[in-house]
Design a binder for this molecule. Structure first.
Ligand SMILES: *[C@@H]1O[C@H](CO)[C@@H](O)[C@H](O)[C@H]1NC(C)=O
Length: 332
């Protein structure tokens, strides 16, 4: 059976070499989803033509995007990426720009190839990639479509906004109004809390499997009472991160604004590899949403990206900020 596939007639070393070319090796990779915009027939063709079906777990009329490179609009909630459709738009599986295509195609060849790719193939020790994930949809796409990219990541950067279940739209002054409830492909929203927990535990948990030099998590909570959501909601990404970071140096900047709160959390391994956790917290003022100020929520995309520092560098801010160091003798 297997020998009917010419690819499997190649010696395993050669196959592994070929795999290695298929694995992305780009300084930055951005993962998110983008809304398809176009006429109804173009949309139907794009989503259902050629035996395709919509990718489950992301909003309706969205497509997963894995881009070899940094793309701020995939991370942005205030200026999100769209994919305009026309008859000329290349279909996803015909597009050569789709970086996961070669790798996914190999995974699909058959089970033997899949096993070789996922278990025998040694990832380069030289981790070079910075992985940028949109929260929550990019996180879902990464977990379900390209989990292998985590293994080659040197750093992970997550950006997005969080709306609590108990969130009241009337109180959201700015981009806060989520509009009609999002409909998901497959009828079910992914469990973003578990996906985020698992990801962070795999980086900084007691049994971490992928050591990275840096994790950055930028979460925007919209609404006037957003500050209480940051700490009071069990599914708040900031709380989820703190629950799953067992050891490391954690820096938190809380940006309080009139229309929302931004929380910038960073984590990196302790310098001496000691199994302890240190948390520093600082407060800043978030200026947004008024004339001449950035749009509400645009804060989630760090203008410095794709650059990042291994050190925790506090953003510039007015003097006199309260900084709290909170050493933990033993992690929770
Ligand atoms: C970012 O991604 C979107 C969606 O795929 C794409 O339309 C846009 O051209 C990309 N931007 C850049 C600068 O590559």
């Amino acid at each position: 059976m297997a020998t009917s596939c010419p690819f499997l007639l190649l010696p395993v070393e050669l196959r592994l070499l070929i795999y290695s070319f298929a694995v992305l090796d780009n300084p930055s990779i951005t993962i998110g989803s983008a809304e398809l915009v176009g006429s109804h027939p173009d949309m139907i063709h794009r989503l259902y033509g050629g035996k395709r079906s919509p990718y489950p777990g992301i909003p309706e009329h969205h497509e997963p995007v894995v881009e070899a490179g940094y793309n701020a609009s995939l991370l942005s909630t205030s200026n999100p990426a769209i994919i305009p459709l026309s008859q000329a738009t290349p279909l996803p599986d015909e597009s050569h720009e789709d970086p996961h295509t070669a790798h996914m195609a190999l995974l699909l060849v058959n089970k033997q190839v899949n096993d070789e790719l996922t278990s025998h193939f040694k990832m380069s020790k030289n981790r070079q990639t910075s992985l940028f994930l949109a929260y929550p949809h990019g996180l879902h796409v990464c977990r379900t479509l390209t989990p292998h990219l985590l293994r080659q990541a040197r750093s992970v950067h997550i950006a997005g906004s969080y709306a609590s279940n108990t969130f009241c739209p009337a109180r959201a002054a700015c981009i806060g109004n989520p509009g009609p409830k999002i409909k998901y492909n497959g009828g079910k929203a992914p469990d973003s809390t578990t996906q985020l927990s698992d990801l962070i535990a795999s980086l900084f948990g007691p049994d971490a499997t992928h050591a990275v030099q840096k994790l950055e998590l930028r979460t925007y909570y919209s609404g006037e009472d957003s500050y209480s959501t940051v700490w009071g909601d069990d599914n708040s990404p900031t709380v989820v991160a703190l629950r799953n970071i067992y050891c490391g140096e954690v820096g938190i900047e809380v940006w309080r604004g009139r229309y929302g709160t931004g929380v910038y959390l960073t984590a990196r391994p302790t310098i001496d590899g000691e199994r302890k956790r240190v948390v520093s917290t600082t407060w800043r003022r978030l200026e947004e949403g008024r004339r001449g100020e950035p749009k509400c929520g645009s804060w989630v995309v760090d203008p410095k990206w794709p650059q990042w520092e291994q050190e925790f560098i506090m953003s510039d801010g007015p003097k006199g900020d309260l900084i709290i160091h909170q050493p933990h003798g033993s992690a929770p």
